[in-house]
Design a protein around this ligand. Structure first.
Ligand SMILES: NC(=O)c1ccc[n+]([C@@H]2O[C@H](COP(=O)([O-])OP(=O)(O)OC[C@H]3O[C@@H](n4cnc5c(N)ncnc54)[C@H](OP(=O)(O)O)[C@@H]3O)[C@@H](O)[C@H]2O)c1
Length: 272
C-alpha cells in the first residue's frame, strides 16, 4: 500500500482513478494529499470522500508519488506551485494524465521528478478503461511496475513508446465519442423504424456491448462477425450496403487519424 500519495487536481479523472485505488487498498486514504483550485471544491470533496483536500499544494508535493490531473492550461500554475513547495532534492515519481503534454515538457517543468505520461480513457470510470503509459528513462523498473499496477485497477494498461501515444489517444480516448455517435445514430434508426426512444437506446447500447464481448470472447476478426450475421439477400447485407455507400469505414478511419493529428498539434503547441 502506498502510504503517501499526492494528487494535484482532484477533478473527474483523478477521482475516477483515486477512488478504486483506495477501495482496492493500494493507496492509504489517510496518506492522500489532494489539491484543488477553489476552497469550495476542497470543502465539498473533503466531505464527500473523507480525504485531506486543500488549496495549498505544499503537502501534496512532498509525496513520493504525485498524480498530476489538472487541465493543460493549468499546467504552468501547477509547475510554479511545485517549485515553490518541494524542498530541494525532495522529488519522486510524477504521473501526468494531461492530454498532449509530452514527457520532455514535463521533465523541464518539474526538474528532478521522474515523469510518467499516462493516457487513461473515460471507461476507467466503470473499471473498463484503457491506459497508455510512457515512462521517462529516469523511472526505475520497480517504479514503472508500481504505476502500471495503479492504473490496472481501472482497466487494461499498455506500455508504449511515447511516439505511439497520439494514436493510442485517438482510438481509446476519442473513441468513446465516436462509439457514442454510432450508438445514437443506430437508436435513431430504430426509432425511425418504429421503436420507442428509450427502448431503442437501451437496445443500441446492448448491441454494441454484446458485439464487443463476442469479438473479444471468441477472438473473432471483425470480418468474421460481419459474415456470421449476413445471410444471402438478407437484412444485414442490405444495411451493410448502405453503410458502404455512405462511406462509414472511411469516415471512421479519417476520424481516428484527425484525432491523432490534433493530439500531435496540441502537444507541439505546448512545447516552449
Ligand atoms: N476526463 C477525462 O475523460 C480525461 C481522460 C484522459 C485525460 N484527462 C486529462 O485529465 C486532466 C483533468 O481533466 P478532468 O476532466 O479531470 O478536469 P476537471 O474535472 O476540470 O478537474 C481539474 C481539477 O484541477 C483543479 N485545479 C485547477 N487548477 C489547479 C491548480 N493550479 N492546482 C491544483 N489543482 C488545480 C480543479 O480544482 P477546482 O475544482 O477547484 O477548479 C479540479 O479539481 C486533463 O488534463 C485531461 O487532459 C481527462
Amino acid at each position: 500500500m502506498l502510504p503517501s500519495f499526492g494528487v494535484i487536481g482532484l477533478g473527474r479523472m483523478a477521482q475516477a482513478l483515486l477512488v478504486p485505488l483506495i477501495q482496492a487498498g493500494l493507496v492509504d486514504p489517510g496518506g492522500v494529499r489532494a489539491v484543488v483550485a477553489s476552497p469550495a471544491s476542497a470543502e465539498r470533496l473533503s466531505a464527500l470522500y473523507g480525504l485531506a483536500v486543500a488549496t495549498d499544494p505544499r503537502e501534496a508535493w512532498m509525496a513520493p508519488v504525485v498524480l498530476l490531473a489538472v487541465k493543460p492550461q493549468q499546467l504552468a500554475a501547477a509547475a510554479a506551485a511545485a517549485a515553490a513547495a518541494a524542498p530541494v532534492g525532495c522529488t519522486g515519481v510524477l504521473v501526468s494524465v494531461l492530454a498532449g503534454v509530452p514527457l520532455a515538457r514535463l521533465q523541464r517543468l518539474f526538474p528532478g521528478w521522474r515523469c510518467v505520461r499516462a493516457v487513461p480513457n473515460t471507461p476507467c470510470l466503470v473499471g473498463q478503461g484503457l491506459t497508455g503509459l510512457s515512462l521517462a528513462s529516469e523511472v526505475s523498473t520497480s517504479e514503472g511496475d508500481l504505476i502500471q499496477s495503479l492504473f490496472a485497477q481501472v482497466g487494461e494498461v499498455h506500455r508504449l513508446p511515447e511516439s505511439q501515444l497520439d494514436a493510442f489517444l485517438a482510438l481509446t480516448s476519442s473513441g468513446p465519442a465516436f462509439v457514442a455517435l454510432v450508438a445514437e445514430a443506430m437508436a435513431d434508426g430504430a426509432v425511425a423504424a418504429g421503436l420507442p426512444r428509450l427502448l431503442a437506446q437501451h437496445l443500441a447500447h446492448r448491441t454494441l456491448a454484446g458485439s464487443a464481448a463476442l469479438l473479444q470472447g471468441q477472438e473473432l476478426h471483425p470480418a468474421q462477425l460481419k459474415d456470421m450475421v449476413s445471410s444471402p439477400a438478407g437484412t444485414t447485407i442490405a444495411g451493410l450496403r448502405q453503410l458502404e455507400r455512405a462511406g462509414l469505414r472511411s469516415a471512421l478511419i479519417e476520424a481516428v487519424l484527425a484525432a491523432a493529428e490534433r493530439s500531435r498539434e496540441l502537444g507541439a503547441d505546448r512545447v516552449p
